[in-house]
Design a protein around this ligand. Structure first.
Ligand SMILES: *Cc1c(COP(=O)(O)O)cnc(C)c1O
Ligand code: SF4
Length: 347
């Protein structure tokens, strides 16, 4: 076993095995972790300082997960939009390709919580081959977004095989990997992995950091290695109550990401996925954070605030409205909240 695989086998999967001061107060803990598995690997565990801190909240199960009566199982209608197991084809030009059912840490707020890490999520050689065949027979697909679970939990050999298959499809232009591993298990980013990835350019990686304390020496090294392999890195942060739902935290996070060569891509409003309602903030909160960011950080550090609409309608930007009126004269607000004017073109 490689080093990262050994670290994963040392993960805590039962809340009662946590150090006493970090143990959650759970009713019916077995039922909870049966539905929504827990995995906290030693690296991520080390980032936790205290119970209920922003790292703890992301990783440790809470009773609220099984008491969620608001959210739906499959809010994004991924099953309906799935032509073959493992493929979600929502937008014409791109597909989501689920190639792994496990993660280095099970985020408590996961959108795919209904199945990730459980027997509900079937991913095997047949489903992956069926996915590749689907993409092959749909030349309108130019962009393959490899996700899961976490695709970087596949072995180097499996990943190389998969990337070679996808790269051999003439219509596929870009390949994207959605992975939280640079944040939750940075030792997975090895020189051999980088050597493999760079053979299949253009490869993009969208990773997922939610709090400045996740930016460590280790995660910074992992991102540097990927960036040095010529891979543009983006970040898909989720706005989470108690974790990052304030301007100061998001501002520090975005600065930190730019420092480790990761470009903030999306800031997501929480999906209505069952088991995650206790993490949701209001859209006003997100918009206030976005207003605050403008003028505080370069446009490089400003993600698109968006929500993935229920029912599979797609991602919708929730950018605050700076336009007060738009006629012959555009009346708008600047980053300081000052009213400004611009003479519109035309007659
Ligand atoms: C989010 C998503 C994508 C990718 O969207 P981008 O805006 O291109 O990052 C593609 N397919 C599905 C089903 C998605 O949910
Ligand atoms: S890494 Fe992604 S897929 Fe895995 S549990 Fe976290 S949010 Fe879900």
């Amino acid at each position: 076993m490689t080093n990262w695989q050994t670290i994963l086998t040392d993960s805590i999967t039962d809340p009662s095995d946590l150090p006493r001061h970090l143990r959650p107060d759970l009713q019916n803990s077995e039922k909870l972790t049966h539905h929504y598995p827990m995995r906290v690997n030693p690296y991520y565990l080390d980032l936790i300082h205290t119970k209920n801190d922003p790292i703890w909240l992301q990783a440790i199960p809470q009773t609220a997960e099984i008491n969620d009566t608001v959210c739906a199982l499959d809010t994004l209608a991924e099953e309906r939009l799935s032509p073959v197991a493992g493929i979600v084809h929502k937008y014409r030009d791109r597909v989501l390709f689920l190639v792994a059912n496990k993660c280095a840490m099970y985020c408590r707020f996961c959108t795919r919580k209904r199945k990730v890490g459980t027997a509900e999520m079937v991913v095997n050689e047949q489903t992956i081959i069926a996915g590749i065949d689907y993409i092959k027979s749909h030349p309108e697909v130019k962009d393959v977004l490899i996700s899961g679970g976490d695709p970087l939990l596949l072995s180097d050999e499996r990943l190389e095989w998969l990337l070679a298959k996808l790269r051999a499809i003439p219509a596929v232009e870009i390949i994207r990997l959605g992975t939280r591993v640079p944040c939750t298990l940075p030792s997975r980013i090895t020189p051999n992995l980088c050597r493999i990835l760079k053979k299949f350019h253009p490869i993009y990686i969208n990773t997922h950091f939610n709090h400045p304390r996740e930016i460590t020496q280790e995660s910074s090294t992992a991102c540097t290695m990927l960036a040095d392999s010529g891979i543009p890195l983006g970040c898909q942060t989720v706005l989470l109550r108690g974790v990052n739902d304030n301007l100061e935290t998001i501002h520090h996070l975005m600065r930190g990401l730019l420092r480790i060569r990761v470009k903030p891509y999306y800031l997501f409003q929480g999906d209505l996925s069952r088991g995650t309602n206790h993490f949701r903030t209001t859209i006003e909160c997100g918009q206030q954070i976005m207003r605050g960011l403008l003028g505080k950080i370069s446009g490089m550090g400003i993600p698109t605030y968006a929500v993935d609409g229920p029912g599979g309608v797609g991602k919708i930007p929730l950018t605050p409205n700076y336009i007060k009126s738009l006629a012959n004269t555009l009346v708008f607000e600047n980053y300081e909240g000052r009213t400004c004017f611009y003479e519109n073109g035309g007659s």
